[in-house]
Design a protein around this ligand. Structure first.
Ligand code: SF4
Length: 185
């Protein structure tokens, strides 16, 4: 068996491409849902359900980190509510989730960890790599899942498995921005 990697999964659709890319590279994958940024709670449940479906249809072990959105608001968003997406709040958000993922890697005895966040064209891979290395440089794998049409592959796989795909990043601030862009959505 290859090295065990814990894949921090921002959502089922993004994780679908990363899971197969990691398997093709010879890793044994554990999926991890640690996303306290997601609001409201019903949205968290919808994304969690899609994540579990991915784990089931691909026969992959997984863990779920119970979310504490109040703590996320206090530690990440406070004072950064008006930041645009890709701004300072997002780098803090990455740090929050990856710090928790790093602890889960250790708890589950995996050899390394990485994140599906790099698959999205809206997320800066260099920023994610910098945060991952800062959090735990010894165990973080800097993999740019956008490469090799990763995002397109995630769309294709999400459709194939019937996974719910959200239309905003995750927090209430990104939801409000999305609703302003598309008032009729
Ligand atoms: S927009 Fe997305 S990445 Fe940025 S803080 Fe909100 S949930 Fe996190």
């Amino acid at each position: 068996m290859g090295k065990r990697v814990l894949l921090h999964s921002c959502c089922g659709p993004c994780a679908s491409h990363c899971l197969f890319a990691l398997r093709e590279a010879g890793y044994s994958v554990m999926l991890c849902f640690s996303n306290a940024n997601i609001a409201p709670a019903e949205e968290f449940e919808k994304r969690l359900e899609a994540f579990k479906r991915l784990a089931e249809v691909t026969d992959t072990p997984y863990c779920v980190d119970p979310p504490d959105h109040a703590d996320w608001l206090e530690s990440v968003a406070k004072g950064f509510e008006r930041e645009p997406e890709r701004g300072a709040r997002c780098a803090r958000c990455f740090r929050y989730s990856l710090t928790r993922a790093a602890k889960l890697r250790e708890a589950y005895g995996c050899d390394a960890f990485t994140t599906s966040l790099t698959v999205s064209p809206h997320k800066s891979s260099p920023t994610l790599f910098a945060v991952g290395k800062e959090v735990d440089g010894e165990h973080f794998l800097s993999i740019d899942f956008k490469k090799k049409d990763g995002f397109l592959d995630s769309l294709r796989r999400a459709a194939e498995y019937g996974l719910y795909r959200q239309d905003y990043c995750g927090c209430e601030f990104s939801l409000a921005a999305r609703r302003q862009e598309a008032p009729h959505a």
